[in-house]
Design a binder for this molecule. Structure first.
Ligand code: IPE
Ligand code: IPE
Ligand code: MG
Length: 231
């Protein structure tokens, strides 16, 4: 079985660079290449929703120069890839508070979203300035603002008020670089996700590494509370 929704925590760009005596900036550049290749591969094999953790709300705590470089790489990526996204029929969506980003970045993000809004082959969600807890706070606020009576709020109501409204929950979450934590990623949506951790640093996560993760996932039994005999 192929996951319908694959979510990735692309981690280890800095350590990949350090191991090669390169700058962190070179690591992020290589990481962007890996992300581009992953998008293409996921589209080819038929994944319908791909979510990439691109910039967390906590990442603002990094040195200003590094944050600026991450914005530059994102802008360049979207400008360079627009045509290819359209050709591959990939729709871009953003999960996160993009309004805090510099004007130029917001502009190119909005342009790419607009130009790909009718694409149906795959949805590419970029988690940008994303925080799972903030997403929930925002959802609860909008539920209250909409005047939805307390006793009619269900788990679907909450799902519908998240950035991922209308999309299935991630079936598989991959994290690279050996770290084993969620880092505030998709807290609500990850309720029944399968997890795959690899020591490979993000820039080295290629087609073969993806296949290993997918093979591992295919061998899992998802029971959702039932016994093994029932599923
Ligand atoms: C992931 O790589 C990229 C972002 C978080 C933007 P890191 O930059 O976190 O790499 P490490 O963890 O320092 O190796
Ligand atoms: C998570 O990676 C965020 C992204 C991949 C964009 P980090 O490297 O920032 O995570 P922590 O803070 O070390 O957990
Ligand atoms: Mg990291």
């Amino acid at each position: 079985m192929l996951p319908e929704h694959l979510a990735v925590i692309m981690d280890g760009n800095g350590r990949w660079a350090k191991a090669r005596e390169l700058s962190r900036s070179e690591g992020h550049r290589a990481g962007t290449e890996a992300a581009k290749n992953l998008v293409t591969r996921c589209r080819e094999i038929g994944i319908k929703h791909l979510t990439l953790y691109t910039f967390s709300k906590e990442n603002w705590a990094r040195p200003k120069t590094e944050v600026a470089q991450l914005f530059d790489l994102l802008t360049l990526f979207l400008k360079k890839e627009l045509k290819s996204l359209q050709e591959q029929d990939i729709r871009l969506k953003v999960l996160g508070e993009i309004s805090d980003f510099p004007f130029g970045v917001r502009q190119v993000v909005a342009h790419t979203i607009n130009r790909t809004k009718n694409c149906k082959g795959m949805t590419l969600n970029l988690a940008l300035n994303y925080s799972g807890r903030d997403e929930l706070v925002k959802a609860f606020r909008s539920i209250v603002e909409a005047g939805i009576p307390a006793d009619s709020i269900t788990d679907e109501t909450i799902s519908e008020h998240l950035y991922t409204a209308g999309q299935p929950d991630p079936d598989l979450i991959i994290r690279t670089s050996g770290e084993k934590r969620l880092s505030n990623y998709l807290l609500y949506q990850a309720a029944y996700s399968e997890f795959y951790f690899t020591d490979v640093f993000w820039p080295d996560f290629d087609e073969q590494e993806l296949q290993k993760a997918l093979d591992d996932y295919a061998g899992r039994q998802r029971r959702f509370g039932k016994t093994g005999d029932q599923v």
